[in-house]
Design a protein around this ligand. Sequence first.
Ligand code: IPD
Ligand code: CA
Ligand code: CA
Length: 272
Amino acid sequence: MPVRSALMTVMVRAADKAARGLKRDFGEVENLQVSKKGPADFVTTADLKAERVLKEELAKARPDYGFLMEESGASGGSGGSEGRRWVVDPLDGTTNFLHGLPHFAISIGLEERGEIVAALIYDPIKDELFHAEKGSGAYLNDRRLRVSGRTRMEDALIGTGIPFKGHGEHGTFAGEVERVSAEVAGVRRWGAASLDLAYVAAGRLDGFWERGLSPWDIAAGALLVREAGGYLTAIDGRPWTLEGDAILAANSYLHKPLSALVLGRKDATKSA
Ligand code: IPD
Ligand code: CA
Ligand code: CA
């Protein structure tokens, strides 16, 4: 069993507190489905509340760290000499949450000089805590994670995100999914990018690609995938930075062929 560092203990404590609220609110959302207006406003409040709790708890434990949060943007301390800041999505999978689908997560990444050095993704409904620190491996609860060992596209289960109204390039996606789905065992759209990446780290998905994401969707998942032995890059194989909104993650065997399929190229740039 890994000994949890002081830093990870802080992250887990904050996530636990926010998760208790989200779980309670999720129960309420299920009741609100039948109302005409639906639970939209209620969910917005739940989301904001979770962000507030996370911010309070993290700031209490590490007062000099800054924040980049989905709802409140960039704020807070200088992050000291290492420029540390938390990159947080308080509720990833909002549409699932809103519809009573039990698949959503809290995602917390810690950035240090532009690099993610600690990651936590917590799915409160399944009670699955994915976590990683740079150089120390990736874990699901207390179990060490490895990306899948599958080598053939025809055996691979691939995750993605589908553009939705007012968001993303529908035509581009249609071409990508046509090419990928023709070659693989299955394509899934689960609706929470952080968990998609955690599932690549856990070997549940063999690969994942999505465009139009934000730093808080990717930050924690990027470290998890890498610490589990996988590759996470821009879609064409170039290095991913926190500003990059389109990503591709997979094990070392499938990263290059998946990139080639998504891009519709015979060749693909080298896996990073
Ligand atoms: C969304 C989810 C979803 C992805 C969207 C994200 P949200 O985040 O991660 O899977 O396809 O692009 O915006 O809005 O639920 O925090
Ligand atoms: Ca998100
Ligand atoms: Ca969110």
